[in-house]
Design a protein around this ligand. Structure first.
Ligand code: KG4
Ligand code: ZN
Length: 339
């Protein structure tokens, strides 16, 4: 059994965790949301600076909470791609430095692989093959998980990620940042059928539509046009809850439809969901209902494992280290890298 100290700094959470394959000893997440809130989104330079200030205290806290010492640690992992380049560099440099000082192997982990491993942390019996729907602020992907390190991306977004669409629509409705949780809450008291909005479709050169690829920028523009029209008709008040519910319904329907089609086409009976948008109640309801109808099993990890954290990075690193995979000291960070 390998014990890993893992670092995740790809976006706006400074996270450090200590895990082995069966246990999370500690999982520290220092969120920068309050810092970025006033700008309405993540400011990359601010994120890097904040990671620098927070990383060492987070490492110390992770060891303290776990009641472990460096002697108990078998390897050090850090997210190396994809993400904000400066933010990734802070975690990678900290991870490599600690690995050199304490003479441990270093493992650079792909952020999306971490999201996939969140499933194993919360469902120890879960095994590949399965389909993973990753829906976060930066990603919307359908990944066929075949084994440790063997993945096939079957679907992707061609523009905005699902979480990004929630954040942008929330911004145009003046609901603050991050938008997903606010829209989700508002949607519970809105009418999802009030406004009919377009589900994004990706045309194929040979005609028809890509069955598993996503697009959310047209939907966001449709909400913008609708808001402008509603404001012209009645400048007094916007039906915010109905707008939120109709938007959420459209996103949830689109994600569900493509995920189920993809699973059925590839004979995959198990679906795992990851990323911050996995918290969305509309998506949970739609996907669970559709999966039941088609006799498929869906697993949503607990929320703290769906949003960015280092425990999922550590869990992926445990599996790699067990198989003897170790990264070279020359491994750098990359802002974009397919899984
Ligand atoms: O996975 P995550 O913490 O960070 C990234 O890797 O991006 O996801 C953050 C995203 C944000 O866009 C946020 O608005 C969205 O997840 N989100 C939600 C909900 N909670 C968080 N979107 C929809 N409904 C929610 N309940
Ligand atoms: Zn993420």
């Amino acid at each position: 059994m390998k014990t890993i100290l893992a670092i995740e700094t790809s976006c706006d959470e400074t996270a450090v965790a200590i895990v082995n394959e069966q246990k999370i000893y500690s999982s520290i997440v220092a969120s920068q949301i309050d810092l970025h809130k006033r700008y309405g989104g993540v400011v990359p330079e601010e994120a890097s600076r904040q990671h620098l200030l927070t990383i060492n205290p987070c490492v110390e806290e992770a060891l303290q909470v776990a009641k472990l010492t460096w002697n108990d640690i078998d390897g050090i992992a850090a997210t190396v791609a994809p993400g904000l380049i400066g933010a990734l560099m802070v975690g990678e440099t900290a991870g490599k430095t600690l690995a050199m000082i304490h003479q441990k192997p270093f493992l650079g982990i792909h952020h999306l692989e971490g999201h996939i491993y969140a499933t194993y942390l919360s469902q120890p019996d879960w095994k590949p093959p399965f389909l993973c729907l990753l829906v976060s602020g930066g990603h919307t992907s359908l990944i066929h998980v075949k084994d440790c390190g063997i993945y096939e991306q079957l679907g992707n977004t061609h523009d905005d990620a699902a979480g990004e669409a929630f954040d942008k629509v929330a911004r145009l409705l003046n609901l603050g940042y991050p938008g997903g949780p606010v829209i989700d809450k508002l949607a519970t008291r809105g009418n999802p059928k009030r406004f009919s909005l377009p589900e994004g479709k990706i045309s194929l050169p040979q005609g028809g539509y890509h069955p598993y690829d996503f697009s959310f920028s047209g939907l966001k523009t449709a909400v913008l046009r609708l808001v402008e029209k509603l404001k012209q008709e009645n400048s007094e008040s916007l039906p915010i809850a109905d707008l939120a519910a109709s938007f959420q319904e459209t996103v949830a329907r689109s994600l569900t439809k493509k995920t189920i089609t993809c699973a059925l086409d590839h004979n995959l009976t198990h679906i795992a969901v990851g990323g911050g948008v996995a918290a969305n109640s509309g998506l949970r309801d739609h996907l669970q209902e559709a999966a039941k109808k088609h006799n498929l099993t869906v697993h949503f990890p607990p929320l703290k494992l769906c949003t960015d954290n280092a425990a999922m990075i550590g869990c992926a690193a445990c599996d790699h280290l067990k198989r003897g995979h170790i990264s070279s000291w020359n491994l750098g960070v990359q802002s974009r890298l397919p899984i």
